[in-house]
Design a protein around this ligand. Sequence first.
Ligand code: ZN
Length: 205
Amino acid sequence: MDNMDTRDQVVALAGSLFDRGYSVGSAGNISVRIPGGYLMTPTNSSLGRLDPARLSVLDEDFVHTAGDPPSKEIPMHKAVYEARPDTGALVHLHSTHVTALSCLWVPGEPLIPPLTPYFVMRVGADVPVVPYFRPGSADVVDEIRDAARRGPAVILAHHGSLVAGSSLVAAVNAAEELEVTAQLALLLRGSQPRTLDAEQVAELL
Ligand SMILES: [Zn+2]
């Protein structure tokens, strides 16, 4: 079977995310660029119980060519790869703290302040938020494409996160950093935390 190392890496990292509660049930999905197209987690699959041989194979136009049928959230992935051509992998999670924080979003205001240098370096200083759309809506795709041009991570209001990386490891690391920073932001909510200032952020970027 082709791309066995990449398949095994998807199963291992997805299983690790699942085991640590970053995804539950059949929520969340992952895609990785491979020669000639993409590997993607199948529709209705659980990140904790993937079979490397059954991952969906897509061609460069995101047409399903082998394996199980891909996640129905494939248009979101396509939009980010289009917006960020250097993307090697994408991780989409319905993780608890990002989703909770997304329900507190005030349009026009930044959702996560620059609290730690690791967050700024891995995810960026200003994570864009895409407003709520019903699952499967075609309208969300243009919004995601625009947001992805601003940075590697996008928060989907009332839904979760969508995080791009140059590799699968980089995308997973950034998705974890985003979830943990959302948790920090919730812990600090209602207090007045010092954030990194503009000069400190510029130095990191
Ligand atoms: Zn989703």
